[in-house]
Design a binder for this molecule. Structure first.
Ligand code: PLP
Length: 390
């Protein structure tokens, strides 16, 4: 019998996409002792007690079945109130909201719903590692554009405009940003909404870090002038409510777009996890837990930014999410060598900036969703590292 070449069964579309640059560091770190990881982008907190209990109660009440495809009506109604309370914009719980398996699924649905083969999506970088890959999986072509520290890593409307071609269908942005911690001013976002309007583009706005902003207001993209009919907003509970493992998120979009996304969700997922939906219902009702975690993140943010700057690793002040993105060129090496040596020599894990796109060169991502004392220890080790190399 003939042995098949298994690789040949795998689609060109999937083969073309490189594996995530983040994983490699986690794999190395996992084999070492005494590592302080500033690498992983997830809260160190356990899900707040009230939310946990709501999930447990749901199980104990025998809620172990599928829910409506869109998510439970109770959760969608509560979500509609939640979004209105936060941003003053109303989404109809029946036709404009979909509960998903994290923002990850919502992003997959949005891209799959809109892209025909060869359609281009403009993606500002550095950005979340999944964006370009998901565009490619959905049959589209990611067109990446750079952002720069001089602009506080905000994307310029004119850079977007220059990247538009007759094949451009959408723009995919994520602010507050992973990995830079950048947030956009309302004015700069409005300039982007105006470009989308002029060129008839759809905007997918990944706002998973919307609740994690420091001393400023988050602008929800659909609240911009003229933006709502061409915007899909994605958000969820993974980061704000320390619920990464529950796998729960949502999409808010105009009814026709939401219908298309629901159709894919119906056939591929059926419904988001029932237990997680019960827990999310509790999460949207209480702001106290989010605020407590936010205060602690802010303390750590200040420690880390000050720490990097004092070591000569110039660090732009992030105003959102839980990442810092220091420039490491003062260490006399590139971001890959820096991350590798720091891990081998000092057992501190960070992620090379280029894992998030070419414009992340010369930077690393360090996450402060880890205990204050661990960050203090990591900074001591970094000080030693810079004494040796700086
Ligand atoms: N979007 C961004 C910008 C992220 O950083 C992440 C996770 O790191 C996700 C989406 C995925 O979120 P979820 O856990 O809701 O699938």
């Amino acid at each position: 019998m003939k042995q098949p070449v298994v690789r040949d069964f795998i689609s060109e579309r999937v083969r073309k996409v490189p594996p995530s640059g983040i994983r490699r560091f986690f794999d190395i770190a996992a084999t070492m002792d005494n590592v302080i990881s500033l690498g992983i982008g997830e809260p160190d907190f356990v899900t707040p007690r009230g939310i946990l209990q709501a999930g447990i109660d749901s199980l104990q009440h025998g809620q172990t079945h599928y829910t409506s495809n869109s998510g439970t009506q109770e959760l969608r109604e509560a979500l509609s109130d939640y979004i209105e309370r936060l941003y003053g914009i109303h989404y109809d719980s029946e036709h404009e909201l979909l509960v998903t398996v994290g923002v990850s699924e919502a992003l997959y649905l949005a891209l799959t719903a809109i892209l025909d083969p060869g359609d281009e999506v403009i993606v500002p970088e550095p950005c979340y590692v999944a964006y370009a890959a998901e565009v490619a999986f959905a049959g589209g072509v990611p067109v990446t554009i750079p952002t720069h520290v001089e602009d506080g890593f905000q994307v310029r409307a004119e850079t977007i405009e220059r990247a538009i071609t007759p094949r451009t269908k959408a723009l995919l942005i994520g602010y507050p940003n992973n990995p830079t911690g950048a947030v956009m001013t309302r004015e700069n976002l409005q300039a982007i909404a105006d470009v989308a309007d002029r060129h008839n583009l759809l905007v997918i706005s990944d706002e998973i870090y919307d609740r994690l902003v420091y001393g400023i207001q988050h602008t929800q993209f659909a609240t911009l002038k003229g933006a709502r009919p061409r915007t899909i907003v994605l958000s969820g509970f993974s980061k704000s409510h320390a619920m990464t493992g529950w796998r729960i998120g949502y999409a808010a979009a105009p009814p026709e777009l939401l219908d298309a996304m629901r159709k894919i969700h119906q056939y591929t997922i059926m419904s988001a996890p029932t237990t997680a939906q019960a827990a999310a219902l509790e999460a949207v009702k209480s702001d106290a837990d989010v605020n407590t975690m936010l205060e602690e993140y802010d303390r750590r943010r200040k420690l880390m930014v000050t720490g990097f700057n004092e070591l000569g690793l110039s660090c732009f002040e992030p105003r959102g999410a839980f990442y810092t993105f220091p420039n490491i060129t003062a260490a006399g090496m590139d971001e890959n060598e820096f991350a590798e040596r720091l891990l081998q020599e000092e057992q501190v894990a960070v992620v090379p900036g280029t894992a998030f796109g070419a414009s992340g060169a010369g930077h690393v991502r360090a996450c402060y969703a880890t205990a204050y004392e661990k960050i203090e220890e990591a900074l001591k080790r970094l000080q030693h590292f810079m004494q040796v190399h700086g």
